[in-house]
Design a protein around this ligand. Structure first.
Ligand code: NAD
Length: 291
């Protein structure tokens, strides 16, 4: 029999992910602070609860898809949630969280034989809808093996290492992704001023050594059409970049390029609405140049 699942955090990513689990035959109970988010998954057939503790009670696996570690800590630190979380159950944090926080939480939960596995994802809202995410898992091999059949409904499962390894890798991935996006924006801008067609540039770079997720996905799908609707917020991207450079600083790894990328992204977010999509960094970058 399939394990029962609670799913906390039903936003841009959590909603389609929870619906995929439901369609795969899992009994899923969802919770989100937002009543609209709860209603959206309820419409697709997911059972919803009025509190996180009510969602978790009686389930074997608790999945989290929340904005950040501070929210993950608040949810797991809620005494009602702690009481509802059964001994021997498993928490799977699929949010892009801070690996040091994740390790601390794993140690705390271990004392009550609750296992914690980090399983952040790459692939965006499209990947969440289609079940084609890359899932970077951190945890004991036996826990990861046990969870693989469930996680495979959402994407390709790859173990990165022990607890926290998935979260560390995810933050570093996004630091690269954000840096590539800004670099691509600056390059395309210079090329345009020379008279190049941005679509031609991106297409040719995609079969050249400058290619990246920014040239093969973000520019053609969100920047060049001017839609800026990837469904991944700039505030969330900056959070991930800060996690990665924070790790680098704590570990004494030099990161001058990443440090300046963070400073530039932070300036952009200050000047844009807090709800800006992360792909709007390209539009903002273009506005920085003289006419
Ligand atoms: P989102 O903001 O769309 O969704 C987060 C949800 O959490 C919201 O619905 C919010 O109401 C809910 N929430 C906040 N506090 C809560 C609480 N205390 N209890 C219950 N629910 C609460 O964000 P998202 O884009 O779905 O991203 C979720 C995580 O996945 C983030 O860590 C993000 O960095 C990561 N991520 C996002 C993408 C993407 O393309 N959007 C891709 C990969 C990873």
């Amino acid at each position: 029999e399939l394990p029962s699942v609670s799913f906390v955090g039903l936003g841009n990513m959590g909603a389609p992910m929870s619906v995929r689990l439901l369609r795969a035959g899992y009994a899923v109970t969802g919770f989100d602070l937002s009543a609209d988010a709860r209603a959206a998954v309820a419409f697709a057939g997911v059972r919803t609860a009025e509190t996180a503790a009510d969602a978790v009670r009686g389930t074997d696996i608790m999945i989290l898809m929340l904005p950040s570690s501070s929210v993950v800590e608040a949810v797991l630190g809620d005494p009602a949630v702690a009481a509802a979380l059964a001994d021997g159950s498993t928490v799977v944090d699929m949010s892009s969280s801070d690996p040091l926080s994740t390790r601390r939480l794993a140690t705390e939960l271990e004392s009550r034989s609750v296992r914690l596995v980090d399983a952040p994802v790459s692939g965006g809202v499209k990947g969440a809808e289609n079940g084609t995410l890359t899932i970077m898992v951190g945890g004991a091999e036996v826990d990861v093996g046990r969870l693989a059949p469930l996680l495979q409904n959402m994407g390709t499962v790859r173990r990165a290492g022990g607890v926290g390894a998935g979260h560390a890798l995810k933050a570093i991935n996004n630091l690269l992704s954000a840096t590539h996006l800004l670099a691509t924006a600056e390059g395309v801008l210079a090329g345009e001023r020379f008279g190049l067609d941005p679509a031609v540039m991106v297409e040719l770079i995609n079969s050249s050594s400058g290619r990246s997720g920014s040239t093969d996905n973000k520019f053609p799908n969100f920047v060049l059409p001017g839609s800026y609707d990837s469904g991944f917020g700039m505030n969330l991207m900056l959070k991930d970049m800060r996690i990665a450079v924070g790790l680098a600083h704590q570990l004494g790894a030099a990161s001058p390029l990443a440090d300046s990328a963070v400073a530039i992204w932070a300036r952009a977010l200050e000047e844009l609405p807090d709800t800006a999509d992360h792909t709007e960094i390209a539009r903002w970058a273009a506005l920085q140049s003289a006419d």
